[in-house]
Every structure is written in C-alpha cells, then in structure tokens.
Design a protein around this ligand. Structure first.
Ligand SMILES: [Zn+2]
Length: 146
C-alpha cells in the first residue's frame, strides 16, 4: 500500500474545511513532493466549490482556479499531489462521480466524511494506472506527523 504523509496542521486544516462548509462539500488541492512512490504533503489550498447543481455530492475546481494553484505550486517548487473534498453525512468512500472526474494519474484523492458537522473518517485514494481506460483508485495509508 502506498502512503501519503501529512503534517498534522495540514491534516487538521482539510478536515476543518469540511466542517466549515457543512452541510455542503468543501474541496481543495494538496501541494507536496513525491518520494519513493509516496507523497509528502506540504500544504493545502482551499478552492471554491463551483458546482451549483448539487453542492451536496459533487465538487469541482474551476480550470482558472486550477491554473492559479499550479502556478503557486511551481513558485514554491512543489507539485500538485492531489485533491481533497468532503462527504457531508456520507462515508469517506469515492463515488462514481468522483471516479469519473478524477484524471490526475499518480495523485491522491482525499475524502473526509463529515457526520452531522463533525469531521469523522478521512481516507486517501491514489489514482493509479496509465490512462483513462485502466485507471483505478487504491486505498492509501495516511501518516500524520508533527
Ligand atoms: Zn466525493
């Protein structure tokens, strides 16, 4: 199983973001560095949820926002390590929509269940494969360090 390592501050921040936006989903990006097939997360960037049709179970980062995030990452010599979002009152498991909208091979997709306003389980899934045709999500080990 691959691992993703979070500084405790960043881990707390993405979980708190889900509590802030409850009962709606939050979303954002994770910036970090890759090392031996694992990601070391350095910071998180909040994004506005641009889905207005159903902010409850769908999320999106606008292309413009993504360009800004990529530029920010580059200026800090970091990479986009993945994306995070919350599942208000739903388990921290990826949905078919999450899978369909995941295109960043090698990146982490982190989901936090927010149960009645409180961050509960957080899971990370690595999008593996070589193309859209054979991509799949693999559960990762989350390590939180101080
Ligand atoms: Zn989702």
């Amino acid at each position: 199983m691959s691992a993703v390592v979070f500084p405790s501050k960043v881990y707390a921040a993405i979980r708190a973001h889900g509590e802030e936006t409850y009962p709606h989903e939050c979303c954002g990006a994770l910036l970090g560095k890759s090392a031996d097939g694992s990601w070391q997360i350095v910071e998180s960037v909040k994004a506005g949820n641009t889905r207005t049709d159903s902010a409850h179970n769908r999320y999106n980062i606008s292309p413009l926002e993504l360009v800004k995030i990529e530029r920010e990452a580059r200026s800090k010599k970091l990479e986009i390590a993945g994306f995070y979002h919350s599942h208000p009152d739903h388990p921290a498991q990826w949905s078919q929509t999450d899978f369909a909208e995941a295109h960043w091979l090698g990146c982490c997709y982190v989901i936090t269940e927010v149960a009645t306003g409180k961050a509960a389980v957080t899971n990370s899934f690595l999008l593996t494969g070589t193309s859209e045709e054979d991509k799949r999500f693999e559960l990762q080990t989350i390590q939180v360090e101080n």
